[in-house]
Design a protein around this ligand. Structure first.
Ligand SMILES: [Zn+2]
Length: 480
């Protein structure tokens, strides 16, 4: 049988089991597998353990022999010649945990799948229970229609992807890392290149007493909630400054950088409150946001405050992270490669009580010299009077574009979608960031939104069915 004939058989098997695939997705989505406090034998809480158990039952019902690794992860082999040697050739990695549903669901209860036409809604339908079930059915189609492969494929389903990846740390102590791995936990066509990341905390102390004795000074500054999010809002309180002194500069900043300012107080010697409103964004794509923190910092740095260690430090910081610049221009670390440009975003800043503390988030191109980037940024922050935490950069991840897993999966994607495909990159990390020869493959189609992590998460049934067919094709291409 040719590989194309084999694919026709698995395609047909998957197409005729669409209803069963949807029933399995609904069943997994009904388990609210958000991480909670650990209990005996349940490292990520009872609901994540229940999802692991349920997935094992499903695979058992398909005639496989899955293994539950103490509720950290489960795995399941499509047996083949190298199953006994312990190292499978192909790993397919997905996850069973979900992020909390949050507010704002309008279509359905998050844990009850709603189906309308080609769409399903529910927490996890796209991230990552729908793809996990598509992978289960790919394995089953191969087993039912083709029999034993030459090399084996192993499905691995982790239980803490959303909360730090301790699942894989534990799992790979017990099981070998497959020679090649793909994870349907990101975007099509494929991601083979992930930037490194450096997100240090830096701080500086100042004398609150001396600061309060000044006539014109900053009393507090507050912006940012997470190291990996560009802040959409920033607030500060100034002494000895009026709104009138700020307005012209503020208008200029608004015009240049899209961040608005509002003022209250500041009359008759009272304190002046300034609020900056921009647009938040993920720190791996800072250019899609408007950083309220750096705009407000720029405004404060332009005001004639009394000279002090504090005002100099904030001025220096504004020089390292100028408003509107997200390519590391201020720190002299601009660089780029096929994974995209370096991005730099100042995401948290607190001033008050005698201490300035901040966090920034750098995404570093895969081929850049990460240590040199760190040294340069650290040096610039030290010049501004800050000391740094001992945070180290996360190294980048790169699987060569001409490696078998990349070329095979891209070929399959083109075959099944009729579209040409180039490998892609991300500034965020995927589930395979630490796995050699690991790439992300699916299940979000280019340009298609799925509200992943948000309310009303949805996915197209046709995308999931097509994904199952492509995963089966990947097993055929790589294991037969
Ligand atoms: Zn995910």
């Amino acid at each position: 049988m040719t590989k194309n004939e084999m694919k026709r058989l698995t395609d047909e098997y998957i197409a005729s089991h669409e209803e069963d695939i949807l029933a399995d997705i609904s069943s997994l989505v009904s388990v609210p597998s958000v991480r909670s406090a650990a209990a005996a034998g349940e490292p990520f809480g009872p609901a994540c353990a229940e999802a692991a158990e349920k997935a094992c039952e499903m695979l058992g019902g398909m005639g496989f022999s899955p293994v539950n690794h103490e509720n950290y992860a489960i795995d399941c082999d499509l047996t083949g010649a190298d199953a006994e040697s312990g190292t499978p050739y192909l790993g397919i990695l997905a996850h069973l945990d979900v992020v909390a549903p949050g507010d704002g669901w309008t279509k359905t209860d998050p844990y009850t799948v709603l189906r309308e036409g080609d769409m399903i809604w529910g927490r996890g339908v796209s991230d990552d229970k729908g793809p996990a079930v598509a992978a289960m059915w790919a394995l089953r189609a191969v087993k039912e229609r083709l029999g034993a492969p030459l090399r084996t494929a192993r499905l691995i389903l982790g239980c803490s992807e959303e909360t730090g990846g301790e699942d894989l740390e534990y799992y790979f102590k017990k099981r070998p890392v497959p020679e090649t791995v793909f994870t349907p936990d990101a975007d099509y066509p494929l991601i083979n290149c992930e930037k490194g990341r450096y997100a240090p905390v830096f701080s500086r102390e100042y004398s609150e007493e001396e600061n309060l004795a000044l006539d014109r000074t900053i009393l507090s500054f507050r912006a940012g909630v997470a190291a990996n999010a560009v802040p959409g809002k920033a607030e500060c309180v100034l002494k000895g400054v009026t709104a009138g002194e700020c307005r012209e500069k503020a208008e200029l900043l608004t015009e240049l950088y899209g961040v608005g300012f509002s003022f209250s107080g500041g009359e008759d010697g009272g304190t002046l409150n300034i609020t900056a409103s921009g647009r938040s964004a993920h720190a791996s794509l800072p250019e899609t946001g408007a950083n309220a923190l750096t705009a407000l910092l720029a405004l404060v740095s332009m005001l004639p405050l009394d000279p002090s260690g504090l005002s100099r430090a904030l001025g220096g910081l504004s020089g390292v992270f100028p408003s509107g610049a997200c390519l590391g221009e201020g720190a002299g670390i601009v660089c780029s490669d096929e994974s995209g440009p370096l991005t730099a975003s100042l995401d948290i800043l607190r001033v008050g009580g005698g201490k300035v503390e901040g966090v920034c988030d750098l995404r570093i191109p895969a081929r850049a010299d990460t240590r040199a980037v760190k040294a340069k940024l650290d040096g610039r922050l030290k010049l501004a009077g800050f000391s740094l935490s001992d945070a180290q950069p996360t190294p980048p991840h790169l699987v060569p574009a001409d490696s078998p897993i990349v070329s095979t999966l891209l070929k399959i994607y083109s075959e099944y979608t009729g579209k040409t495909a180039e490998p892609g990159s991300t500034g965020g990390g995927t589930y395979v960031h630490d796995i050699e020869n690991g790439v992300a493959f699916g299940c979000q189609m280019p340009g298609e939104e799925t509200n992943m992590h948000g309310p009303d998460e949805f996915q197209r049934i046709s995308t999931l069915v097509l994904s199952a067919k492509m995963f089966a094709a990947a097993i055929i291409e790589m294991c037969f």
